[in-house]
Design a protein around this ligand. Sequence first.
Ligand SMILES: [Zn+2]
Ligand SMILES: [Zn+2]
Length: 254
Amino acid sequence: MTALGRLQGSLRRASGRVLDVLLPPRCLACAGEVAEQGTLCATCFTGLSPISPPFCARCGVPFAHGEGESLCPRCAARPPAFAAARAALRYDAGAKRLILPFKHADRTELAWPLARQMARAGAGLLARAELIVPVPAHWRRLLGRRYDQAALLARALGRIAQRPVALDLLRRRRRTPPLADKGAADRAITVQGAFALARKGGALVAGRRVLLVDDVVTSGATSEACALVLLEAGALAVEVLAAARVPDPRLRDA
Ligand SMILES: [Zn+2]
Ligand SMILES: [Zn+2]
């Protein structure tokens, strides 16, 4: 991103839409010129890989080929606690151009293009959701980062779909070590017991269809741990919507 783009981004955040008339609209990802403020240029937009069928009916992992309603081997062997999971984008170079600055560089306005992609991929999930709940960041991580990206996505989705959002319903009880270098089984053990419901959260969850929102889904271990807490609190069903997911390497040739 250029210095001009960064400056424009911070000015825009500081002054809201007043500057729109003064500065030409810029692509949110690359700062190239666009027709409308708050959008992506054609190059960045076509660089995204939306996840489309065929994918696992349950966890949403994309299949290389196949048709109809089918389950991936993992869901067939042991169905997850959540009823369905969907993600808008494959977590590839194109998605990283949006998600990495969103997560690590304070580019909070990127929540909007991501949420719009999520609303498309998760239209069915949003339509039946009665409560939107973000996967919580640990408070110590929040102190370092000043905001929580899953909460920003949840709030944007709540506005797009006109659904209630409960930002502080789930809590991270302890900090989990980075999961990046762990396999699926290790990830599941690492996040076990890492989440809890906020006090008095039960009344909000009981009997409701809850949509859990996260930025990137990798193994699904975090979604699974959060879904278990919500179901234990009496949620009718839990579904998961993420901005991006890491395709399961084992299914590449399936
Ligand atoms: Zn661009
Ligand atoms: Zn699956």
